[in-house]
Design a protein around this ligand. Structure first.
Ligand code: FCB
Length: 385
């Protein structure tokens, strides 16, 4: 007989996205400049989600989602230093209303990698004033949109940002410097704490969280490998969280990677070349238990153009998430990455993470088969294994 695993009542089910990756038409940020300089692919109209969000949320609703994660584009809200654009606030108000109208709960990220050009020109998070700039922007958004959202996230994946921008030279500002890496890391810690304080001072009932990109670091029998795994667990997974843990109401986990030191096994891989290791979601959730904060899976997903692995991968991750819940992790939602195929940063449009396929020639949306399997889980709040 099949085993039925039921998730906690009121569990949030949905998918995640980020403004620059789907909206289209954002030209005044560091990534757009990077593409004009030929360093990263052009984003252009992306999925034209800025104009098509209602159609996209209709589809999310039809897929049984009761939550969705979006982000706000800082460069739209504050196109020039200290000048805020109320027309863009109105736009996001409509976006948030349309999410609520469809019975979904919005989770909103205030900053998902892209910097307004004026801020990048001043050194971005290398600038010692950056925490203040960031907190002022966050405060402004929550003050104006606070009635439409209860679940705010300040920063998406701080370590991916510092690593790709300041070590790997892969993302803006395309640098390699341990000194700047540390400076930016520390400023991001300050920026989060400052934004948290300012938002809390507004006295609007809301939750302010962080989204953290964690790996499952593990090792074979070799004690040196075990030490390496322990060290990386601290260095990559917990160091940032340890510094902000007094100033955070919830933690969103993005899980994509495991790394087993001394491993000779081979794994099935996504189109990104990333190992499929769904069990890692269990371990990363368990590790976060120590912070005693409510958790949600803010992103987990697979690039799989043929939609060959996606259904099983989602089911396997949800199985492991359920085991984590059974063993005491307080997980309140799962937001698959991503609702739509989108601009996968330095990889451009070729990598397809979406529950919904996009034809970039004509913006046609097509629901993938795996999205229907996920729909049945969302609707029944349970998983048959
Ligand atoms: C995460 C990012 C997200 C997306 C996925 C695949 O690191 O937060 O924007 O690119 O990876």
């Amino acid at each position: 007989m099949k085993d039925k695993r039921t998730f906690p009542e009121g569990f949030y089910w949905g998918a995640a996205s980020a403004s620059y990756q789907v909206e289209g038409g954002i030209e005044n940020c560091d990534w757009a400049k990077g593409s004009r300089d030929g360093k990263v692919p052009v984003c252009g109209k992306a999925c034209d989600h800025y104009n098509r969000y209602e159609e996209d949320f209709d589809m999310a609703k039809s897929l049984g989602h009761n939550a969705t994660r979006i982000s706000i584009e800082w460069a739209r809200i504050e196109p020039e230093e200290g000048k805020f654009d109320m027309a863009e606030i109105e736009h996001y108000k409509k976006v948030l209303e349309s999410i609520h109208d469809r019975g979904m709960m919005p989770f909103v990220t205030l900053w998902h990698f892209t910097l307004p050009q004026w801020f990048a020109d001043q050194g971005g998070f290398e600038n010692k004033k950056s925490p203040e700039f960031f907190a002022r922007y966050c405060e402004f958004v929550v003050k104006n949109l606070g009635d439409y959202c209860r679940h705010w996230v300040t920063i998406n994946e701080p370590l991916v940002y510092t690593n790709n921008g300041y070590i790997r030279k892969f993302w803006p500002p395309f640098k390699r410097s341990l000194r700047l890496y540390n400076k930016v890391f520390n400023n991001l810690v300050r920026a989060h704490i400052r934004a948290y304080e300012k938002i809390k001072n507004l006295d609007i009932a809301c939750e302010v969280g962080i989204v953290k990109d964690n790996f499952y670091w593990h090792a074979n029998w070799n004690p040196f490998n075990k030490i390496a795994a322990l060290f990386m667990g601290w260095w990559w997974n917990r160091r940032f969280l340890n510094k902000i843990k007094q100033s955070v109401d919830s933690i969103g986990l993005n899980y994509y990677f495991h790394k087993k030191f001394g491993d000779t096994a081979t794994y099935e891989k996504s189109d990104m070349g990333w190992d499929l290791y769904p069990e890692g979601l269990y371990h990363t959730l368990r590790e976060l238990k120590q912070y005693n904060k409510p958790l949600f899976v803010a992103e987990a997903g697979i690039a799989d153009e043929k939609d060959f692995y996606r259904e099983d991968y989602i089911r396997d991750m949800l199985y492991w998430m359920h085991v984590a819940i059974e063993r005491g992790a307080v997980v309140r939602g799962f937001l698959y990455w991503s609702l739509l195929d989108n601009y996968e940063w330095a990889h451009g449009f070729g990598k397809r993470f979406g529950l919904i396929e996009i034809d970039y020639e004509n913006q046609k949306r097509t629901i993938r088969k795996s999205a229907l399997a996920y729909r049945d889980i969302c609707k029944s709040n349970s998983l048959h294994t």
